[in-house]
Ligand binder design. Structure first.
Ligand code: GLN
Length: 490
């Protein structure tokens, strides 16, 4: 294999080279910036590039090294950050008109932790508006295109983060996953994406969509990179009341590639008619690969999964309607200049113009589901279903070490194909939402290609057992070449 160009290197490789003085942070950041300049016009992965700040930081790191000072674990590494994670002094828009000019006065905890390890924020990535979507098409800043095929969606809502990695415009990336938004674009762009156990990564500074479901998660080009990034961002944070106080795990450790004795459950609902044959074919051959590496599998059934999607959308929209109430144009967000003295009319106008159609749809449906008389019928019922699903997962994961299936029911589809048909689009989340309803960790691993289009395999684990998911991912990655392939972008 030819040696990778600087911007193609993975973080662990780069960290090693910079320590040995074989490369400077400045050269590497220039290489990333130039790459983004040459391809992002086609892809639209970034809403905001932070080139100047990144170069300045790179020079700082080079000086530190020259002086022989200690450097962090991610020294110089370019990280692309989803645009719903607050970055001090760098615009954070949530891909919305509403927050188009919002510059946070503070860093999210995950950003503080990245900076402590000398990582470099290279820019803020495109996403579905307020993270509501599966394709990165609802962005106020226009859709992101899939680097593997520019007419296809990159997945969403963290589509910009995954596309930036696939196109080598960044080395690591952060996304957020409320119902699949890290795993779906990871699958569609052929990178690794992990949704951590609820409570293991701080949500402080993540602009909320649906608090009880979401986690910030790492995206990377290799499993070791993903493990390293998770180790840096994870761990207890007193600023997030749902953060779990457990000793910090160092996921970045020597993996073995030995899966002997690993027990995997395959819920038959993950392979239902809604899942395209081509996807099933690739996932099955990946499962046989895991079997070759020593894993054992058994088919099982989780019958309450039938209600997962409905429960997810009721809960997510209800929480969204409450979270987004603050954007009225007076306290927060976009404001139309006019002299109307009637506050409710002012709110309505600001919100009608400041929010896109999908966000408005969800606020309306969520408000309806929470309103008197319907609350019991919808919201409360959805919470009960969530409980049932969690119990089923709990008992399945007593018997198995992990559950596996496809990440997405379909390969990447055309931009524009489903955006006017919200229900069909929501159906695409059917395999990813269970991990959010239960809070369990899940990873998407590149596992095949249908023509030029990537297919991902999802592995769901026991709470706080991310190391097991990473172990499986490492073993699979090192015995296949899917994660190493590059799109034919110029
Ligand atoms: N596609 C799902 C939704 O629209 C998930 C989005 C997400 O994880 N942020 O709600």
């Amino acid at each position: 294999m030819s040696t990778p160009r600087i911007h193609e290197m993975c973080a662990v490789e780069f960290a090693d080279k910079i320590r040995r003085g074989e490369i400077t942070a400045e050269d590497y950041i220039w290489s990333i910036i130039n790459r983004a300049k040459s391809v992002d016009g086609k892809i639209n992965a970034f809403i905001t590039m932070a080139s100047e700040e990144a170069l300045e930081k790179a020079r700082d790191i080079d000086r530190k090294i020259a002086r022989g000072e200690k450097i962090g674990r991610l020294a110089g590494v370019a990280v692309a950050v989803k645009d719903n994670i607050c970055t001090f002094g760098i615009r954070t828009t949530c891909a919305s008109h509403m927050l188009e000019n919002f510059i946070p006065p503070y860093d999210a905890t995950v950003i503080r932790r990245l900076k402590k390890e000398d990582a470099i924020i290279i820019g803020k990535t495109n996403m579905d508006e307020f993270a509501m979507g599966t394709t990165t098409e609802t962005s106020y800043f226009g859709p992101t295109r899939n680097p593997w095929n520019l007419s296809k969606v990159p997945g969403g809502s963290s589509g910009g983060s995954a596309a930036a990695l696939a196109a080598d415009e960044a080395t690591l990336a952060l996304g957020s996953d409320t119902g699949g938004s890290v795993r779906c674009p990871a699958s569609y762009c052929s990178v690794i994406g992990l949704k951590p156990t609820y409570g293991s990564v701080s949500r402080y500074g993540l602009i909320a969509y649906a608090n009880s479901l979401e986690q910030i998660g790492p995206l990377a080009k290799s499993t070791v990179d993903c493990a390293l990034l998770l180790s840096v961002i994870g761990g207890y944070d007193s600023y997030d009341s749902t953060s779990v106080n457990m000793p910090i795990e160092d996921y970045f450790r020597s993996f073995t590639s030995d899966l002997r004795g690993l027990k995997i459950g395959l819920p038959k609902e993950f392979f239902d008619e809604g899942v395209e044959e081509s996807v099933k074919k690739h996932v099955w051959s990946a499962i046989h690969k895991l079997e070759d590496l020593g894993a054992l599998y058994e088919e099982i059934s989780l019958p309450s999964l039938e209600y997962a999607l409905a429960a997810y959308y009721i809960i997510a929209m209800s929480e969204a309607s409450s979270n987004l109430a603050r954007y009225d144009g007076l306290r927060y967000g976009y404001r139309i200049d006019h002299d109307d003295a009637d506050y409710s009319r002012v709110y309505a106008k600001n919100r009608r113009v400041g929010f896109g159609a999908e966000v408005r749809r969800r606020i309306i449906l969520g408000t309806y589901a929470l309103s008197a008389g319907y609350y019991e019928q919808y919201y409360l019922k959805a919470l009960k279903i969530r409980m049932l699903i969690r119990r089923e997962f709990e008992s399945a994961l007593k018997k198995f070490d992990a559950l596996a299936g496809p990440t997405m029911p379909l390969p990447p589809f055309d931009i524009g194909e489903k955006i006017n048909d919200p229900l069909t689009l929501y159906m695409c989340d059917i395999l990813t939402v269970p991990a959010n309803l239960t809070g369990y960790p899940a990873i998407s691993i590149p596992c095949g290609f249908e023509g030029d289009l990537p297919v991902g395999m999802q592995i769901i684990g026991k709470p706080f057992d991310e190391k097991n998911l990473l172990e499986i991912s490492f073993a699979f990655e090192n015995n296949t070449d899917f994660a190493k392939r590059k799109p034919g972008l110029q």
